[in-house]
Design a protein around this ligand. Sequence first.
Ligand SMILES: [Zn+2]
Ligand SMILES: [Zn+2]
Length: 281
Amino acid sequence: MLIGAHMSIAGGVYNAINHGVEKKCTAIQMFTKSSNQWKAKTLQKEEIEKFHELKERTGMFVVAHDSYLINLGTPKKALLEKSRAAFLVEMERCDTLGIPYLVMHPGSHTGAGEETGLDIIVDSINWLHERTEGGQVMICLETTAGQGTNLGYNFEQLAYLINNADQNERLGVCMDTCHIFAAGYDIRTKKAYNNTMKQFDEKIGIDRLKVFHFNDSKKDLGQKVDRHAHIGEGFIGKEPFGYFLNDKRINKLPFLLETPKGEDGEMDDINLNILRSLIKK
Ligand SMILES: [Zn+2]
Ligand SMILES: [Zn+2]
């Protein structure tokens, strides 16, 4: 199975794979560039080759996450242009590195209203798809907690984006357990889990799911606040992660932690071991 965590690229993009190997991950998530800067240092040939070599040798499944500065739903012209250009660079970097999925937070309307924001995101996706014709990377819209003016906090909004975008066969979804829970989708019992997945399937279709972010939540159901907790230490609890891991419809997909790492990453070991212990043989 594909289980892992978000890993740092400090010192070179290939280091994310090295960290994953250290933690016995079969999948990792990484940024393809510094996540809190607009500028991207050009990837050097040597760095690219080393990344491919490591990825092939270890069989690591790699997912990328976009920079936090990017807002593809902003009504502000200058920021929108900057965001689209930066996201395009990230898509190109994913193709260079052979990374199949680029997870992104759909965007924030920052006061312009939800409908306006959603339409701007659709335009952004079209803009990007037009410029990456023949590209391999798939944009994965992440479910959000709905904090502030963040869009994508319910399945209807994600469905709207998918249904209205051109080339929507190139769109997938990343489900974040903390975010859906904070947005009001219960998963704490098997019955609640089944109901949430059924809603997802009806609104979007389970086939759209490509990636999972596994985080417990420091905030209770429906609080619309995005605070990640260690597995089993938040309001979701340990057991529900087993519902996902043992669900045959989705258990070939990558399950990735985005939880605090603690010193020397020892919290990754603890969280990953909890996840592994929940898999039924
Ligand atoms: Zn996430
Ligand atoms: Zn989050």
